[in-house]
Design a protein around this ligand. Structure first.
Ligand code: C5P
Length: 220
């Protein structure tokens, strides 16, 4: 029997644009492995905040030990860790160390999955250049700040709306203007602006795009 081609979905987005929510919905619908690559940088950002004497060799050891379940830690969601992650993510040597883990998840997911969906900042441009689907999900800064502020409120994190807005703006700048793997929309990515879309409406849009191509290719 002919082996079915993996369904590979690459998503890039600025922070709090709704990419994670959509990636989870995609993973559920098409039985894909989901990797939130930002969590890897957040894990390293947390490690840096906790260890003043950080070295490349310590980071490498940490990266080699990463398990998917480590990325579910709620502590990683703090704003301080997000900023630390963004600073660590500027470093090319560290990005290269993280690449293998991401590529493995993308192209060698466990057999029970039909493929993978990864979201981050350099997924369409670097990690999954040959993905079957590429999306660039975005929303206005104000909408993203409102969403993130509500998420922090739910998590009982004490942070004002103005601080959230300032922090997202700072991270947008760092992520879009860094030398290596900056966040950008690749020409072959489909742009989805979620500013005025509900989660459901956004997912229907993505699902329609995917189903159309998957039907033609005989995946579904
Ligand atoms: O997506 P999230 O907001 O959790 O990402 C935290 C930070 O990690 C980002 O601001 C970015 O600097 C970095 N990141 C990255 N490349 C990725 C994913 C995240 O540089 N693929």
């Amino acid at each position: 029997m002919k082996k079915k081609k993996l369904i590979t979905v690459a998503i890039d987005s600025p922070a709090a644009a709704g990419a994670g929510t959509q990636a989870k919905l995609i993973a559920k619908k098409y039985k894909l492995l989901y990797l939130d690559t930002g969590k890897i940088y957040r894990l390293l950002g947390k490690f840096k905040l906790e260890n003043s004497q950080i070295t490349y060799s310590l980071l490498k050891k940490k990266i080699n030990k990463i398990k998917l379940k480590d990325l579910n830690n709620k502590e990683l969601l703090s704003d301080k860790i997000a900023t630390s992650a963004s600073l660590i993510a500027k470093n090319l040597r560290i990005r290269k160390m993280v690449k293998k883990f991401q590529k493995n998840c993308a192209y060698k997911p466990p057999k029970k999955f039909s493929g993978s969906v990864l979201d981050g900042r350099d997924i369409t441009s670097v990690i999954m250049k040959k993905a079957s689907f590429k999306f660039y999900i975005t929303a206005s800064l104000n909408v993203r700040a409102k969403r993130r502020f509500l998420e922090f409120k739910k998590l009982k994190k004490n942070i004002s709306f103005e601080e959230v807005l300032k922090s997202l703006k700072n991270r947008d700048y760092l992520d879009k203007n860094r030398k290596y793997s900056p966040l950008k929309k690749t020409k072959d990515s489909i742009l989805i602006n979620t500013s005025k879309l509900s989660k459901k409406a956004c997912f229907i849009k993505i699902r329609d795009i995917m189903d159309k191509k998957l039907k033609i290719n005989g995946n579904i």
